[in-house]
Design a protein around this ligand. Structure first.
Ligand SMILES: Cc1ncc(COP(=O)(O)O)c(C=O)c1O
Length: 381
């Protein structure tokens, strides 16, 4: 069975040798990303003075990234900041919050650890952190949020797709509940951006963040942070730096005048090389489109689930398309780490969480990759 998207396998050299089913951990690098990076390095190597490298390459590239990502998620580029990772993005948001007015930060026990860590660090500023419990280990019902969000809530975190189980949360409704209570909502969309269509304005969140290294195939070291336009004037981060100011190149260290756009949430000199690599991934994801990506990916996830059923292996992710993201967790027993390494020796890439392996097909994978996974699993188990 072929897919029209199979031609994209040529963009990702790793797919020639490996069954690369690990984009939920690290998306593969593309030839396009390599080309953009090479162009930047060539310019850097050949320009006589540093100024053109900054002004003609690095700064325009940061703008281009915001335009591309903005179009992908429905944000205005002026609503986007670029940081190094989600941890820094979340810490920057937190640094804008006065916890003496509202104390509670609400998140779920299934959210990604850094969400919890950044929240817990705010206890020193008077925050109270509430972790919502999951009854089934798979997901958290919206009602659990509804029960605790109140007028003492400063901030509600939502992972639109849970990293461990791939289950969806109703992020839109949770953001609405937060808004109704006068709290800020923050969506960490590391497992949704690029593979699940989204419009951040329609989502109704105050903040939205994702790194580019997984489904966006953009490499480690670059993260977007969206902040709702109307909110911007009230944001005064204390985790900051000169690139957040209105005029960084005035070199005026005695005045602190924040930029009007979401750049006010940025810090210092950007990590330039990854900006070029990230553009390669984002361009491909934009070209294919999240809707087409989702369609193909869900066909492959269905196939993985069917093959796991045949092999008698438990499936720890939702079985229905409308409730899951792009990854499926398959129970392989307490030796999941060893299984994962044994698969890797057979050129099958997955990762593990708990006693399951996470299988994460992307749009460029095919049925042959899934066959290789289950043939290898049969040997290994
Ligand atoms: C939902 C989610 N948030 C955040 C992160 C990572 O945070 P950071 O960019 O700070 O490393 C991950 C995984 O790497 C994740 O799955």
């Amino acid at each position: 069975m072929g897919s029209p998207l199979d031609s994209y396998r040529d963009e990702f050299p790793v797919t020639k040798r490996k069954a690369y089913l690990i984009s939920a951990s690290l998306g593969p690098v593309s030839n396009r990303a390599r080309r953009y990076l090479d162009e930047y390095i060539d310019a850097w190597a050949s320009e006589g003075a540093p100024d053109p490298v900054w002004r003609e390459h690095i700064f325009p590239q940061m703008r281009r990234l915001k335009e591309t990502f903005g179009a992908l998620v429905g944000a205005d580029p002026a609503e986007l900041a670029i940081t190094v990772n989600v941890s820094l993005a979340l810490s920057t948001i937190m640094s804008c919050v006065d916890f003496s007015k509202r104390r509670k930060i609400i998140l779920s026990e299934l959210d990604f650890p850094t969400d919890g860590h950044v929240a817990l660090a705010q206890q020193a500023k008077g925050a109270e952190v509430i972790f919502l419990k999951s009854r089934d280990g798979l997901t958290i019902p919206t009602e659990a949020y509804e029960e605790v969000i109140d007028e003492d809530t400063a901030l509600v975190y939502v992972n639109r797709v849970l990293y461990r189980t791939s289950a969806f949360l109703d992020a839109r409704e949770i953001c609405r509940l937060a808004r109704e209570a006068g709290a800020w909502s923050v969506v960490d969309d590391f497992h949704g951006a690029g593979i699940l269509p989204v419009d951040v304005h329609d989502l109704g969140c105050d903040f939205y963040t994702t790194g580019v290294l997984k489904w966006l195939c953009g490499g480690p070291g670059l993260t977007f942070l969206y902040a709702r336009k109307e909110l911007l004037p009230s944001l005064h981060p204390t985790i900051t730096g000169w690139f957040a100011t209105a005029e960084p190149f005035s070199f005026d260290l005695q005045h602190w005048d924040l930029h009007r756009s979401a750049r006010r949430l940025e810090h210092g000199t950007p990590a330039a090389p990854v900006a070029f690599i990230a553009q390669g991934g984002l361009d491909i994801i934009t070209e294919v489109g999240p809707a087409a990506i989702r369609e193909r990916q869900q066909d492959l996830v269905d196939l993985v689930i069917a093959r796991a059923d045949e092999a008698g292996l438990p499936v720890r992710s939702p079985r229905y398309r409308d409730r899951r993201g792009g990854m499926v967790n398959i129970g392989v027993g307490t030796e999941a780490e060893k299984v994962c390494h044994a698969l890797l020796e057979r050129d099958v890439c997955t990762d593990y969480r708990g006693d399951g392996i996470r299988v994460s097909p992307h749009f460029f994978n095919n049925e042959g990759d899934v066959d290789r996974l289950f043939a290898a699993l049969q040997e290994v188990l």
